[in-house]
Ligand binder design. Structure first.
Ligand code: PGA
Length: 255
């Protein structure tokens, strides 16, 4: 049974005080033993403050990015070990905003995901097609190529520790959500890619989140699709109530 995993990606939003307040509100809402794993991903500079709030609760901490290098003279970069030191359990890798605007390519995403694993964190590796690619009916090909370049080079014992996030670029921050069927189709394709590269047992273990305009009113239908194991939530994660309504929309899990 794959336990659902709902992560809130706060992106480059909020002040320190707002981050702390949001984290506190979530801790208040979190019952002991929610049926989903939950994490929040504040900007780097607020990780420490948010860590102090969520420490010892059921809410995990995620960073939004990391360096692919373990340490060194790399001004402005942040290593996996530093994030681990602050209490991060997860790190988002290869978000489409970084692929699109910050030049991250599959080989770099692969290195970053491995750096996270080396430090004992779970990378949330993002893949997804643009609107142009979807219109040209190239979605399956784009996803297969991102899977090949960002994930498939890992050994079986590493891929089992990865979370994949399918985030169609055209659905991110646009209010245009993929239909449950559109999302399910790509998730099923990803699981097939896992089966052919690894095996059915591994494909049945790896969690695949959906991201892109997930809101309380569309979460139930999305999260109930057989191959959708959670959500990576942007805009709706900036409000404790709407984020928590998404968390509670998750079913117990899928086999
Ligand atoms: P959104 O962002 O929910 O605001 O569309 C999702 C994401 O980018 O992870």
């Amino acid at each position: 049974m794959r336990r659902p995993f709902i992560a809130g990606n706060w992106k480059m939003h909020l002040t320190k005080a707002e981050s702390i307040d949001l984290a506190k509100a979530l801790v208040d809402l979190a019952p002991s033993g929610a049926s989903a794993d939950v994490a929040v991903s504040p900007p780097f500079v607020y990780l420490d403050a948010v860590a102090a709030v969520v420490h010892g609760t059921s809410i995990g901490l995620a960073a939004q990015n990391l360096s692919e290098k373990p340490n060194g003279a790399l001004t402005g970069e942040i290593s996996a070990a530093m994030l681990r030191d602050l209490g991060c359990r997860y790190v988002i890798v290869g978000h489409s905003e970084r692929r699109q605007f910050l030049g991250e390519i599959d080989s770099l995403v692969f290195e970053k995901a491995n750096a996270a694993l080396d430090a004992g964190m779970t990378p949330i590796v993002c893949v997804g097609e643009t609107l142009e690619q979807r219109r040209a009916e190239r979605t399956a090909e784009v996803i297969a190529s991102q899977f090949g370049g960002s994930l498939a080079g890992m050994d079986a014992d590493r891929i089992e520790r990865v979370v994949i996030a399918y985030e169609p670029v055209w659905a991110i921050g646009t209010g245009v959500v993929a239909t449950p069927q559109q999302a399910q189709d790509v998730h099923a394709d990803l699981r097939k890619l896992l089966t052919s590269r690894y095996n059915a047992a591994i494909a049945g273990t790896v969690r695949i989140q959906y991201g892109g305009s997930v809101k309380p009113d569309n979460a139930v239908e999305l999260l109930n699709q057989t191959d959708i194991d959670g959500a990576l939530v942007g805009g709706a994660s900036l409000n404790a109530d709407s984020f928590w309504r998404i968390v509670t929309a998750a079913p117990k899990g899928h086999d």
